[in-house]
Every structure is written in structure tokens, then in C-alpha cells.
Design a protein. Structure first.
Length: 278
């Protein structure tokens, strides 16, 4: 009996380093998760992609979808040898009955990460929200807005054009009222006085923008508010100023001036055949 016990103890001790080594590897696991948009409406197909730093052969990734901590969907996704995985699901059915923030959670090898998206049942109504815009070199700034007739799916800084690019999905004619923080984007002349933003609208898959007029402008010490008309079929808005964060230099300003002149030349021609949007 003593020999058998000693043999068992030695066997356990010999296997412990391997077990500890595997646990350490799993503990250092890193998962990334990304959606193809930030906001969706009922019936949209949502595509989720992710990557695993350390692949465990044969182990799938588990995706769970929550609304206000209630589990509404779960799936197991195959992970490729290079650590990539993809899953799609449709925002429809009895589980998708409420609007709000939806949380997508990925679990793999004891590690997990979460991603939030926004879900809307009817984009023809009006809603107010706040978008956190990422600054390319680090940091963020908030952009409050109210939109009717659609939803905002993404908002990004374009340093080259000194602009704020807003991707939208529309279901009817409406408008976007947006508060632009001066620390994020502004439009000033050489004397530091306010001048109008250039607002460009993209329709469908067109890469040629049309300059559009803003309906209302309000200004403050820390923000400028503009009201932009949108119509069903518009897909992107670009608000061009004279600076965005982080600041650009003199050479970039010269390049911007040439770009704006070209944009105005193209959009002016388009305006001749387009009535103002009401």
C-alpha cells in the first residue's frame, strides 16, 4: 500500500508543472471583439468578428448577447488556426422587442471581453444620444446629438480633411441636430472669428458629395450646434472645419484649402439641379 501511495504522489507531482503551465497560458489570454457597426435597426444582420491570441485546438469561442443583463442569444463559434472567428445574427424576433444598448460577450479559455451596440426598432422617430468619438492619437471627445429619420452608426475624425465623418442609416426624411465641441472640431477665420462649416452629404454608395445648407446654427464658448436636413437614402455626412484634434500644421492647412476649393467646385455644380431640403 505504501508503494502504491508513493507512486500516486510522484505521478501527481510530475504532472503539476504541466497543469500549472496550461493555467498560466489561459490566464494570459487576450480576446478582441468588433462589430461591423455601432447601431442597428430591427431586421439588420449584425456581423461580429474577433481574434484570440492563443488558440487552444478544438475549443470554440462562446458568444452571448444580453439586453439589460437578460440573455437573449448564445452561440459557439469555430476559431481558425490563426485565432480569427466570425459570427452573424439577425436583430429580429421576440427577444429583440426593446430598444437600447445590447451587450455582446465573448468567452474563450477562461478569458472574456464585451462589446456594446445600440438597437432601434423604428428609425423614423426622434431620439437623443451622445457619441464618444475616438481621437486618432489617443483620447476621446463627446458629441451630443438628436436625430429624426435615421440612426448614427459611426462617427470618426478625418485629420486629412479636418472633418468629422458621420455614417448614418435613414428610413425617412428628417434632420440631425448636432452639438460640435470646439475642442474637437471648429471653423474659424484668421482672426479667430466663427465661419460656417462646410457640410457635405453622400447618398447611397456615391463617392461624390453634395454640399448642403444647415438650417440653424447656435454658438457657445465651448460648442457650436448645427441642424442638418437628411433624406431617406443618405448614408454619410461630412462636416468640414478649419481644425480638428489633434491640431494640424500650416502645410496641412494649405492642402485643406485646395481640397475644399475642389469640393465646392464639384458640389456647386450638383446644387444647380437640387432643391433645398425641407
Amino acid at each position: 500500500m505504501q508503494k502504491i501511495s508513493l507512486f500516486v504522489i510522484l505521478s501527481v507531482l510530475l504532472t503539476m508543472p504541466m497543469a500549472f503551465g496550461q493555467e498560466e497560458s489561459l490566464g494570459a489570454q487576450i480576446i478582441t471583439l468588433k462589430a461591423d457597426n455601432t447601431a442597428y435597426q430591427e431586421g439588420d444582420v449584425i456581423t461580429i468578428t474577433g481574434s484570440i491570441e492563443k488558440v487552444i485546438p478544438g475549443m470554440p469561442a462562446t458568444l452571448q448577447i444580453f439586453f439589460e443583463k437578460n440573455l437573449i442569444q448564445v452561440s459557439q463559434v469555430k476559431v481558425s488556426q490563426d485565432g480569427e472567428f466570425t459570427d452573424t445574427f439577425t436583430a429580429a424576433g421576440p427577444q429583440w422587442k426593446n430598444e437600447g444598448t445590447v451587450t455582446i460577450k465573448a468567452d474563450y479559455g477562461g478569458a472574456s471581453t464585451e462589446l456594446n451596440i445600440e438597437f432601434f426598432k423604428n428609425t423614423s422617430g426622434e431620439y437623443t444620444s451622445n457619441y464618444e468619438v475616438k481621437i486618432p492619437d489617443g483620447g476621446t471627445f463627446d458629441v451630443p446629438y438628436t436625430m429624426k429619420g435615421g440612426i448614427i452608426s459611426a462617427m470618426n475624425v478625418n485629420q486629412k480633411n479636418l472633418s468629422l465623418v458621420i455614417n448614418i442609416a435613414t428610413s425617412s426624411d428628417g434632420n440631425l441636430n448636432i452639438n460640435l465641441p470646439r475642442e474637437g472640431i471648429d471653423s474659424l477665420d484668421n482672426n479667430g472669428q466663427d465661419i460656417d462649416f462646410i457640410v457635405l452629404m453622400y447618398e447611397g454608395n456615391s463617392e461624390i458629395p453634395i454640399q448642403t445648407d444647415v438650417r440653424k446654427v447656435e454658438t457657445g464658448d465651448e460648442f457650436r450646434s448645427i441642424d442638418i436636413p437628411v433624406k431617406d437614402g443618405d448614408t454619410k455626412i461630412e462636416i468640414v472645419g478649419t481644425h480638428v484634434v489633434p491640431e494640424f500644421g500650416t502645410i496641412a492647412m494649405i492642402v485643406l484649402a485646395v481640397a475644399i476649393v475642389s469640393i465646392i467646385a464639384v458640389s456647386a455644380k450638383s446644387r444647380l439641379s437640387i432643391m433645398p431640403r425641407i
